[in-house]
Design a protein around this ligand. Sequence first.
Ligand code: MG
Ligand code: MG
Length: 258
Amino acid sequence: MFSEKTKEEIELLRESNLLVGKTLGEVAKIIRPGISTLELDAVAEEFIRSNGAVPGFLGYGGFPNTLCISVNDEVVHGIPSAKRILQEGDIVSVDCGVLKNGYYGDSAYTFEVGEVSPEVHNLLVATKEALYKGIEQAVVGRRIGDIGSAVQNYCESRGYSVVRELVGHGVGKELHEDPQVPNYGSRGQGSKLKEGMVIAIEPMINLGERFVVMNRDGWTIRTRDGKPSAHFEHTVAVAKGRAEILSSFQYVEEVLNL
Ligand code: MG
Ligand code: MG
């Protein structure tokens, strides 16, 4: 299902995505060595529900929790667990979705737990920057391939690799709508971007090789070579000249003093 959104729908999508941003900010406040990923999940669920929304991922395709929390070599779709205790030097990707007023929000941020190695820190910096390079292309008249090409060139020129099995997507009344938004591609290829398209752009970038495997839990995707992976995601509205970012890292970055 894909449709261009009306102005009214974009305002509703902004509200949902802003709540995702605030929820990630609440998670940012409590991330530290010694906390379990299930504790992060509980804080997010409580915050979302107290703001008149429901978790967008809970029950989606049978997913058991509110957040997807993926540590180190886990790329995406990690299941929160009381047994998964964050350690100094870990990186942790927190992906959050909400459903409010019939519209979804979807955004992700990869956090450092305590102090991480410079190599891993740089991977996170590059992945976030790659997201913004992709967003720069999300304007009327460009094509889907322009987004993927920008992300891929930025990352591969720095020696990182791009996960291909998972992609960004349209966002609306459904969490995953058309079009698919790969993080690789060729300039000038793919569907044309139109005013009112709302898409999630979400580079998943690996320190080592691009290949991924799935854990036996049927959800968690991790790198085949066991090296770390980073993930940042914004939901944006395609517009003339400059995309509008509907989600927000402001609440996270205030906590992190960035
Ligand atoms: Mg997401
Ligand atoms: Mg997404």
